[in-house]
Ligand binder design. Sequence first.
Ligand code: NTF
Length: 797
Amino acid sequence: MELTKQQFTEDLRKSLTQNFAKTTKNANDQEIYMSLARVIKGYYSKIWLEDNEYKDKTAAKQTYYFSIEFMPGRMLKSNLLNLGLLQTVRDALADIGSDLDKISENEQDMAIGNGGLGRLASCFMDSLASTGLPGNGNGIRYKYGLFKQRIIDGYQVELPDVWLTNGNPWEVRRSDKAVEVKFGGNVWMEEIGHGRYTPHFENQETILAVPYDTAMVGYENKTVNNLCLWRAELPEGSEVIHPSLDYMQDVDTLSAVLYPDDSNYSGRLLRLKQEYFFVSAGLQRIVNHYLNLGLPLPRIPEHVAVHINDTHPALCIPEFMRILIDEHEMSWESAWQLTVKTMSYTNHTIMAEAMEKWSEEMMKSLLPRIYQIIVEIDNRFAKEYIPKVGPSLVHNTRIVKDGKVHMANLSIIGSHSTNGVAKIHSDLLKDVVLHDFYIIFPERFNNKTNGIAERRWIQIANEELSGLIDETIGKSWRKDLNDLTVLKAFQDNDEILNKFEAVKFHDKERLAKLILEKNGITVNPNAIFDVQVKRLHAYKRQLLNLLHIMKLYFDIKDGNAENMVPRVFIFGAKAAPSYQYAKAIIKAINEVANMINSDTDVEDKLKVVFLENYNVSLAEQIIPSANVGEQISLASTEASGTSNMKFMLNGALTIGTLDGANIEIKDAVGDENIFIFGMNKDDVLEYYTNGRYQSTEIYNSNPILKRILNAFVDGSIPNIENEGREIFDSMTVYNDEYFVLRDFDSYVETQKRLEDYYRDRHAWNKSCLLNIANAARFSSDRTVREYAEQIWQINPR
Ligand code: NTF
């Protein structure tokens, strides 16, 4: 939008006076932030209103992306960038003696997600708006986001994330759009003639769902979509009949906390309540809005697509059926057709422990009507498909069995599309994990490789690099990332390559400063910055990284590292609070870090840094400065990964396995520009089928590994008596579930190759440039366009 510095400064002054009775001279940074946010909201709200009117007028089909997690991070710069105001506001603030970066730090990260799944949802929100696609989010407004991590004595300690204390300036509470969501009680069916039934309910608990809307502003266009987050409250009128304390507490806890488990299914009643809560509220609002437009219900799939992001919102399927049948008297057959046409589903993991399976008992007592509908869906599925595909396939794919409701099965049977998030992952779904479904519904399966919102991950996170790209190839890449390919023309131009190297060096200096401030560790910006940032999980194998660090440390101690290129290993990772083993690894990383960083023999050859409280904002500071991104999960276990794409876009080289999107990154950049090691998925599957892996054989026959692992239990690494034992046992007694030892040698060799390559500055810089130049296919703009065309059938404005 068009705006002069003067006009903006005027608006900010007004806002400061109106909201805080302050001037630009005596306001503090928090007050400036709040006032600024309100001014910005004022600017985009006009566009928001206009786009809503446009959407209503055209009644064009819209997508609703249901996700129990979102992780937008800070909104301020993102909104400024997308409105085209970043520079104007930066300059205007500088004129009044303020600094945009500092002001921005007063915004609490909106961290209502765990990791990859939630961040992907937010990248999609940015990309949908920025590609002009009508696509909205639907989720929960948790009072407490993902815990804040402190590291105390090397241990992870969790503190509550009270992100709403100062208020959230971006959200709009819409009380008039509140709906009721009902739980529990009894349901019985009354026959109303012609073989039709109507349900009756008693003793239900009613909770009011109040939506809070946040504008998702498109990049320099006219689109503003909506992220709708629901809060649980006492229903109106409940002050008349005095509610019990238990009930009031129930209402309060429902939308209070995000479950802090990543890739792990909890099975707790409150979680099931949360799932139904945001699903029911979201669908009610969609249907109400649709009917208010005066459109006929049987045509709803022409106007509405509902996406189920992982299985947490799978109750969309029976709830949509309930609304159509019970509230709008539709026949089962018609309702089912509409439901399958409207719904689509993404699977994000093949980890068995992440597969949601609710106990029938729990489902029946919490959601009696929904349970009935699920059973009916299941029975009809069996009746229809046993004659077509035989009893055994149907048995394997049934929704209700062994006393459990299988949510992935429900999601596939009740939708028209099931996709994985990278080629290898989608293939594994078809060939292995969901093979039986694939035989029954081959046309439903497809792949949508993940992507990242380039605006946040380079334009905002790396302004200096963005500026250099502008200088080199012009600015068109900011609108269309495909234009980055023009950079290929400069791959042998040393003058340009040196400029890119200089930007990386500045980024490293900035991170070095942050590391000194936060951890009190001095790191050398000339060292290789080698980064692994992601949730802590055994399958992601942070331990493999740590074992390699120990190897380098012993090399130094033995005097075998004379010519080593100095390295700084940087970690960021939260562990689920109940995940003992992951926490043991955090402790081990921190104790190894202390040991190495304080050992004067090491000098600055090797440093190890664990940055606490990894989140979106910290990622924006860390990723630009990486030389190397670690993507070392066991092949077949990481569905896609998305930090791999962020590193690539910021000119870091990947060291990784043939897993997730690493494979597609390798295809994009070529073998020379990525470091691949270890087993591939077929090697892994082979071990699974023949069961022949014996980690102790490797332990006993590999003296280097033996020495490293022994250090975990013989006191060489101080202060990890219990954790060291747990890790040692996992590698030996418990047979190393994720084949860390099996991939160790290959990893070490590849790290050595990488180090040698780093010495060749021309070759290295060229590879970095080619990573950036080939990053466009990992833009989430590309991903959402594929969803829009192939699954949702929605069109850009
Ligand atoms: C994650 N899954 C996968 O582990 C990542 O590989 C992937 O990049 C992201 O989803 C986004 O697709 C999860 O977070 C969960 F919860 F499904 F395990």
